[in-house]
Design a protein around this ligand. Structure first.
Ligand code: PAF
Length: 279
C-alpha cells in the first residue's frame, strides 16, 4: 500500500493512473477502522481499479472539543487492517495540509443540515462537506463509497455533489452489525460492558419498527419506538424519526416510495446513531 501525506504527491500519483484509464474508488474515513470500513474498501475494490482510503480526523465536524480530543486514533492498527484488505493507497494528511488557518466558507445545504443530526450537531455537516469537498478535489475519484450508518451524511454529500456538478458517483453501502445487532462504529470502543448491552435498544427498536410496519400506522410505530427508547435503561434518546428516504422529511404516509427510520441516542457519554430502511 502506498502512503501519502501530501495532497500534491497524491494527486500526481493518481494522475498517472488516470492517464492509463484506471477507475479510482475513494473511501474517506476518520480512522479507528472496523469491519464496517473494511467492507467499504472491499466493495470499492470490486467496483474500481484503485482504492484510495483517507484517514483524517476532521476538526471542523466536531461540535464538542472533548469529543474531538477523545476520538480514537490507532493509526498502526488502521494501517495493518488496510494492508490486510489490499487497499492500494492511504492518504494520511496533517490538519495543516487540509486547512489553511481560519477558513470561513460554507455550502448551501438547505434544510438537510438543520434536521435530525443537524438539530443536535449544528455545523456538523458544514464540516463534513468542507472536508469531503477538499478530499474530492485532491483525489478526484470516479466513485466514492460511504456507509449507510450515517444516512443523512450520504444525502448531504449527494446534495453537495449535485450543487458543484462533481463528476463522482456516490455509492451507499450497507451497515455492518455485530452478531447481536449493534451497528459497527468507531465510537463503540467507548462503551463499557453494561453500556454495550444497553446500546442494543437502538437496533432492537429499529428492527421492531420494520417488523410492525405492515400492521401499525406510522404514528403508532413512532410512538412505540420513542416510548421503548425513553424507558430503556441507560439510553438518553435524542431523536427517533420515520422519514422519507429521499428527502429525509418526516414520513406522512406509508405509500411514500422509500421510508427510513433513524435514531440517535446517548448511551453513557457515547453518542450513537443507527437507521434501518423500512420500505
Ligand atoms: O463518516 C466519516 O467518517 C466522516 O464524516 C468523513 C466522511 C470521513 C468526513 O470526515
Amino acid at each position: 500500500m502506498k502512503v501519502f501525506t501530501s495532497k500534491h504527491e497524491l494527486s500526481g500519483y493518481l494522475d498517472t493512473l488516470k492517464e492509463k484509464g484506471k477507475i479510482i474508488g475513494f473511501v474517506p474515513t476518520m480512522g479507528a477502522l472496523h469491519q464496517g470500513h473494511l467492507s467499504l474498501i472491499e466493495i470499492a475494490a470490486r467496483n474500481t481499479d484503485c482504492v484510495v482510503c483517507s484517514i483524517f480526523v476532521n476538526p471542523t465536524q466536531f461540535n464538542d472539543p472533548e469529543d474531538l480530543a477523545k476520538y480514537p486514533r490507532p493509526i498502526d492498527a488502521d494501517i495493518a487492517m488496510l494492508e490486510q484488505v489490499n487497499c492500494d493507497v492511504l492518504f494520511l494528511p496533517a490538519v495543516q495540509e487540509m486547512y489553511s488557518g481560519d477558513e470561513q466558507w460554507s455550502i448551501d445545504l438547505g434544510y438537510l443540515e438543520r434536521i435530525l443530526e443537524g438539530r443536535f450537531r449544528p455545523g456538523h455537516y458544514q464540516g463534513v462537506t468542507q472536508i469531503v469537498k477538499k478530499l474530492f478535489d485532491v483525489v478526484q475519484p470516479n466513485k466514492a463509497f460511504f456507509g449507510q450508518k450515517d444516512f443523512q451524511q450520504v444525502k448531504v454529500i449527494m446534495k453537495m455533489v449535485e450543487l458543484y456538478s462533481m463528476p463522482v458517483e456516490i455509492v451507499m453501502c450497507p451497515i455492518l452489525r455485530e452478531e447481536d445487532g449493534l451497528a459497527m462504529s468507531s465510537r463503540n470502543i467507548h462503551l463499557s460492558p453494561s453500556e454495550r448491552v444497553e446500546a442494543l435498544a437502538l437496533s432492537k427498536t429499529l428492527n421492531s419498527t420494520r417488523e410492525n410496519f405492515a400492521i401499525k400506522p406510522i404514528s403508532q410505530l413512532q410512538q412505540d419506538a420513542e416510548s421503548f427508547l425513553q424507558n430503556s435503561e441507560g439510553v438518553e434518546l435524542e431523536y427517533f424519526e420515520i422519514c422519507n428516504a429521499e428527502t429525509l422529511m418526516p414520513a406522512e404516509s406509508k405509500d411514500e416510495a422509500g421510508l427510513v427510520a433513524l435514531v440517535a441516542a446517548k448511551v453513557g457519554r457515547t453518542r450513537l446513531i443507527d437507521n434501518i430502511i423500512i420500505k
